[in-house]
Design a protein around this ligand. Structure first.
Ligand code: F0G
Length: 419
């Protein structure tokens, strides 16, 4: 496997299209990118990655949002609703409380549909158009379905989403519904939904847009590029560490790929690459288990449960890409309790940053690792918050203050305030 930071810059095979091709992360087989629908290797069924013969450096990026990074993406333009360019917030009280040299919150909830999935969909749906497919599908804990529905309708394509019944937050279902997806509620968990979508895709019934699709991860690389540019502008150096919530480990894989490509392009020193630090919920932590056991694969957890429904996942499909990413960068993975997640959601809200529970896992994990001394007080850290508070209004209401009923007159209101 060539997923190490110091791998040589790739050279284009004959089947490349304009310097872009697909390559198997295990056996190295290469494939033309846009000729056929393909998610995994024809020869050994391992994961595929998009490769480029010309890797850009920071100077090559121009414009705003995901397509600022077109030189690092497989197409020149996407099906776009102006995704990316999300804020990298300061959080001074939290920074103080955690005792860090610097803490920034990269809030991906500020994307068009309220999560980072938009960055993947702007690329993935454009590739679907390039391939000429007309029906798009995904399994989802909610956010992918909202993004697929929006970008699919923007691209004029039919969308089909499979959701675990009763386990998807209200805001996300509302989005998928209004953007016109056909919503199938499956009597099973996310992993069961993904099994079905993979089978549908295998039979040619739909084009799969889960993060198993290598093109989606290309769009998600831009999270890492924006964080690095933001830290370079404000501190003159990239962050020491990036802490992120992990479900299917797509972002972990995507950020690692972004950094590898910068190293290969000579734009970043290997020693500078931020430590990728993944956080899962106690009730759904197969990646943490694999990191702790030094395993090359994750064990599938059949029973998963957490309040952070977005990361209620027992079989992270991108583990073969993400485990080397965590290890090669010197990062780690940690599991946190649901109560710690809610506590972190409140702490972020106290800084004016409204996130859904899965997103707050990053801050909960950072606190745990800081308490254990694994994260040092001299570190500059970026925490990724992946989805907006309004995605899961029920979780927000449960974690926050209760409304207080009062009579409709000022005297009673004043009396109530004093009581
Ligand atoms: N945070 C949020 C808010 C998510 O929705 C997800 C994944 C993750 C984190 C985990 O990201 O898979 O790249 O490790 N949500 C998917 C979905 C599974 O269907 O919306 P990952």
């Amino acid at each position: 496997m060539s997923l190490n930071l110091s791998a040589d810059r790739p050279t284009a095979p004959d089947d490349a299209d304009d310097g872009v091709w697909l390559e198997c992360i295990d056996c190295g087989a290469t494939f033309a990118p846009f000729d056929d629908v393909r998610y995994t290797c024809d020869d050994c069924e391992s994961l595929l990655e998009v490769r480029y013969d010309d890797l850009p450096t920071f100077e090559d990026f121009e414009g705003r949002g995901v397509w600022r990074y077109a030189d690092a993406l497989p197409l020149e333009a996407g099906v776009s609703v102006r995704e990316g360019a999300t804020p990298l917030y300061e959080a001074p009280r939290l920074e103080d409380d955690l005792g860090l040299e610097a803490l920034r919150i990269k809030h991906e909830g500020m994307n068009p549909t309220g999560s980072f999935k938009d960055r993947g969909m702007t690329v993935g749906v454009a590739v679907a158009r390039e391939l000429g497919v007309d029906r798009l599908a995904c399994a989802s804990t909610g956010n992918t379905s909202a993004a697929l529905a929006a970008y699919g309708s923007r691209g004029g394509m039919e969308t089909l989403v499979l959701l675990p019944a009763g386990k998807v937050a209200a805001g996300k279902i509302a989005q998928a519904s209004l953007h016109g997806a056909r919503i199938l509620e499956v009597d099973g968990n996310f992993d069961a939904c993904l099994d079905i979508v993979q089978e549908l895709a295998g039979r040619g019934e739909a084009y799969l847009l889960n993060s198993l699709n290598p093109f989606r991860l290309e769009g998600q690389k831009t999270i890492g590029l924006e964080i690095l540019e933001g830290f370079l502008a404000d501190y003159g150096a990239v962050p020491d560490r990036i802490v992120l919530p992990v479900g299917n480990a797509g972002n972990t894989a995507a950020l690692y790929k972004a950094f590898r490509e910068l190293v290969q392009a000579g734009a970043l020193e290997e020693s500078e690459v931020p430590k990728l630090t993944g956080v899962q919920a106690d009730g759904a932590a197969p990646m943490v288990e694999a990191i702790e056991n030094g395993a090359d694969e994750t064990r599938r957890w059949d029973d998963v449960e957490t309040r952070a429904t977005a990361i209620r996942i027992g079989n992270p499909v991108n583990a073969p890409k993400a485990l080397p990413g965590i290890r090669e960068t010197g990062g780690t993975a940690v599991a946190v309790s649901d109560d710690a997640i809610t506590e972190a959601q409140r702490a972020l809200a106290g800084e004016g940053i409204g996130v859904e529970p899965a997103s707050a896992a990053s801050v909960a994990g950072l606190r745990k690792l800081r308490n254990e001394g694994i994260v040092g007080g001299d570190e500059r850290v970026a925490c990724l918050t992946t989805g907006h508070l309004l995605k899961d209004p029920d979780a927000a209401a449960a974690a926050g203050n209760d409304p207080e009923p009062v009579p409709a007159d000022t005297a009673s209101v004043l009396e109530h305030l004093e009581s």
